[in-house]
Write a protein that binds this ligand. Sequence first.
Ligand SMILES: O=C(O)CCC(=O)C(=O)O
Length: 267
Amino acid sequence: MRASLIQIAVHDGESVVSRRSRVAELVREQSGSDLVVLPELWPVGAFAYELFETEAEPLDGPTREVMAQAARDAGVWLHAGSIVERAGDGSLYNTALVLSPEGELAATYRKIHRFGFDQGEAVLMAAGDSLTTVELPEQTLGLATCYDLRFPELFRGLVDNGATAFVVPAGWPARRRAHWTLLNRARAVEDQAYVLACCSAGTHAGVEQAGHSLVVDPWGEVLAEAGPGEEVLTVDLDPKKVPETREAFPALKDRMLGVRRGAPRSS
Ligand SMILES: O=C(O)CCC(=O)C(=O)O
């Protein structure tokens, strides 16, 4: 499976509408890939809290429409990063969308761990409460978003549900870039899974983004890493790598606590 991560630069000066069409074009350019991944909340910017209310959209809103067309045009699976979703009851969620090559909505994931402590996303948005995995032809994707990276139990739950590759869109601040790299590698090593971690670049709402998107293999090796600016990272994932790693070094079978007996742990 060939995966392309588009590390989008999110700057204040660009409108949501023009960023949407610019990003759709970038997605179309990845037509040789099987899977394309975008960052967290790239239409508005993860820290542009004042835009959350005004730019919130339903699941069938403008981002989904433009991205579904781009996925169809490119013939790719598209993890379209996340949007500010306005739910039927008016609440906001940080919701990731996965679209099929036919442009159908294959899965959604509402971010469970909201960032900001007593401000920002943590107070403006509601928390998701369910895990999402998506079966692709060669990998089962487990979905997580940004701050979720600090909660390893979420990733264990995804492994129990069959995940072989975690997709982590983010708007991680540059000042904690060391944590970003370390945590992505840790999740790959402890769960013996690929990690496809796609962060924003640029600066919006006064927060410089970390960039440095990366793809980590199930042994913890960094297969590719972006620099600080807008960039596309393309990597081939080996469908045998996860089962082989779990077979050769079967640490997941030695779990003693919180084990869901009988759940799939490898594929
Ligand atoms: O955990 C962090 O350091 C950053 C998390 C974050 O920026 C987010 O979830 O939006």
